[in-house]
Write a protein that binds this ligand. Sequence first.
Ligand code: ZN
Length: 139
Amino acid sequence: MKILTKELIIESRGNCDIIDITDEVQRILNASNMLEGICNIFSIGSTASVTTIEFEPGLLQDIPKILEKLIPTYSRYHHNDTWGDGNGHAHIRSAIIGTSLNVPFNSGMLMTGTWQQIVLIDFDNKKRTRRVAVQLTGI
Ligand code: ZN
């Protein structure tokens, strides 16, 4: 059993920017020479999420639209009263969607579906440089 930990550095525009990181994660797996195991992808920070979607233009509009209805950017958040940073919505979206994802891999390939991409979604209200941990555990 082997463990390998790497970090991706990703420039984001914030405001529900959805970024496909599948290729970068697969590249880390390729370089590891590992064949079988689990890949954990973790967004470092509490205003972004890692999940999977079909990365296509419709969903890139639908997801921000639905989240804006469920957890509006401009609403009363106690977090904003505390810090005045205006990103209470971003913390809540991140907590609900989640900050990490486990993807099994086999024969050196992530076991994602053809229409399933790994995405980082940045909910913060400004552009950010994001760190994403990618940790492989396997053989
Ligand atoms: Zn905040």
